[in-house]
Design a protein around this ligand. Structure first.
Ligand SMILES: [Zn+2]
Length: 228
């Protein structure tokens, strides 16, 4: 992991953020990142599928005690917006994002950082590979072309997905946004832990207290995919 990420927690989330930043992944250029994630989880023995649009579906069985809970889809988009300063020589087809740090603030050298949506992808993949998180069966869906009109998710074959609970992981100015399919935005607070079951009276009722808590006030929200 690059020195700029040292000491940041959750460590594994930033490990993934670093890895994602190393591989060009603007809209329409996601194949390298998609291939990299595909190979990583395939070698670990996960069930992974990649379609011709480079969308990925990665599955993980429920942990002990949660086999009867409904499967949950974690969805995030792989692509980032590619913008740079006028005098930047950055090539989004070839160059890794050069990440800089000021205290706890990460930013990029003359370009967009790609935190939208490296953050959501990093959280999803960290949960997948965690050996301590408790959860129901997971289906991590990583889509392409979100910033270019949802082109990946519109071509995704939903027929293989068993989950009917969708949590969309994306970013905004407030930080990471966890959303579910619905007609409008709403504001709600979230405290997340990858490692310990939540001790909260406001835990969601989806049978997945390992990494969701304090969702009080949730009304509805938006997501890029709605399984039918
Ligand atoms: Zn986004």
């Amino acid at each position: 992991m690059q020195e700029v990420f040292r000491g940041l927690e959750p460590e594994r989330v930033f490990w993934w953020f670093d890895r994602i930043a190393q591989i060009p992944h603007g809209s329409g250029r996601e194949q390298g990142l998609s291939d990299s994630i595909y190979e990583y989880f395939r070698k670990l023995g996960f069930s992974v599928t990649q379609d011709q649009h480079w969308n990925l579906i990665i599955r993980k069985p429920a942990t002990a005690g949660y086999e009867q809970a409904p499967a949950v889809i974690l969805e995030a988009h792989l692509d980032m917006v590619c913008e740079k300063e006028a005098d930047s020589g950055h090539d989004f087809d070839r160059d890794p994002i050069r990440v800089l740090r000021d205290g706890d603030r990460l930013y990029a050298d003359g370009t967009t950082l790609g935190a939208d949506n490296a953050t959501g992808v990093a959280f999803a993949l960290s949960i997948l590979e965690s050996e301590t998180a408790v959860h129901p069966a997971l289906e991590v869906v990583l889509t392409t072309g979100e910033e270019a009109g949802l082109t990946g998710v519109k071509r995704l074959d939903f027929s293989s997905l068993k989950g009917r609970v969708v949590m969309n992981l994306d970013c905004s100015d407030e930080g990471i946004v966890v959303a579910a399919p619905g007609p409008r935005w709403s504001g709600w607070s979230l405290q997340a832990s990858l490692n310990a079951p939540a001790e909260s009276s406001n835990s969601t009722d989806c049978g997945c207290p390992g990494f969701w808590a304090d969702t009080a006030g949730c009304i509805s929200a938006w997501a890029g995919a709605t399984p039918t």
